[in-house]
Design a binder for this molecule. Sequence first.
Ligand code: NAD
Ligand code: UDP
Length: 316
Amino acid sequence: MSKRIVVTGAAGFLGSHLVKELISEGNRVIGIDNFLTGKAGNLAQINNKHFIFLNLDVCSGDLQDHPLLNAVDEIYHLASPASPKSYQANPIKTVMVNTLGTENMLKLAKKHDAKVVYTSTSEVYGDPKETPQTETYRGNVNTWGPRACYDESKRLGEVLCYLYNTLYGVKVKVARIFNTYSAGLANDDGRVISNFVTEALTGKDITVHGDGTQTRSFCYVSDTIRGLRQLMETDEATGQIINIGSPDEITILDLAKKIKSLTNSRSKIAFQPLPLDDPLTRRPDITKAGVILNWSPTVSLEKGLKATIQAYQNKL
Ligand code: NAD
Ligand code: UDP
C-alpha cells in the first residue's frame, strides 16, 4: 500500500538513496533539506509525480503546520551533517538540527500518529571502553571538544525520542548507525573511504590520521538502508534503540592498504596527526538487530569497496 513518507536530509548521502528506494515502490515521498551538506544533484534524476521536495530547515518552528505536511504515515529523520569535516564547520547548526529539528519531527509524528525512525550514531559511544558496543553501553563522550556538537546533540536527540515515546506514545525507533559508505559519498565529503578512494585514484598521498591503528567497521549503503527500513516496518522495535552497522572491523591503516591495492594505485601512504578525540575503536554488536529485525549486513567490505571504486572511477 502506498504511504506518505517524510524523509529529512533528503539531499544527503543516505537520504537520497532512501528517497529513491521509497519512490520506486510507489510511495508518496516528501523530502526536506536545506542543503547544508546535501547536494541538489543527489535528487536530480528524480522526476516523479509522487515526490515533493521542500527546501526547508527542519528547525523552523512552524514546520508541523506546513500545508504539504497534512497527512504523514512515516518519518525518517536523517537531517544532520554526519562527516566530522561538516559538523565541525557547522557546530551550532549541528546541535540545533539534532535537538530542535528532532523535536519538530517528533511533534509532527505526534500530530499525525506517524511512525518515526531517528538516525542516531555510533558516536554516542564516544571513544568506547567496551568492544563490541552493545546498545546498553552508555558511552565515553567528551562534552568539551570538537566532536561534542555531534555526539552530544545526537544523545540529546535520543532523549527527546525517549520522552515523546514514553510521555506521548509516539512510535519512535532509534537507529545507531555505524560508518556507512558507497560512491554516494561526494569526493569532498571528508569521510575516510571517499578521501582514500579519491586520493588513490588521483595518485595523491593517502592520508592516514595517527598511526592508523584506530579501527572502524564499515557497512555498505544498501545494507544500512535495509536496516533503517526494517526498523520502520517492525512494530516490536518501537521504543527501542538498535545498532545498524557491520561487525567487520578493520584498522584505518589496513583500509588504506586495501584501497591502494584494489585501485592498483601508486599513491604513497602518508601519516598526519590524529585529530583530537578521534575514537580508537568502533565495532557494533548487532545481536539485537538480528533478533528484533532479522537484519544483518550482506555486502562484504571487499565487494562494497570494489563497487565504490568502480563508480568513483566512472565519476572521475
Ligand atoms: P549527509 O551530510 O550526507 O546528509 C545530511 C543531510 O541533512 C544533508 O542533505 C543536509 O543538507 C541535511 N540537513 C542538515 N541540516 C539540516 C536542517 N537543519 N534542515 C534540513 N536539512 C538539513 O549525511 P548522511 O551520511 O546522509 O547521514 C544522514 C543521517 O544519518 C545523519 O543524521 C547522520 O548523523 C546519520 N548517520 C550517518 C552515518 C553514515 O555513516 N553515513 C553514520 C551514523 C549516523
Ligand atoms: N581518517 C583518516 N584519513 C582521512 C579521513 C579520516 O585517517 O582522510 C580517519 C579518521 O581520523 C578516523 C577514521 O578515519 O579515525 C574514520 O573517519 P571518518 O571521518 O570517516 O568517520 P568517523 O571518525 O566519524 O568514524
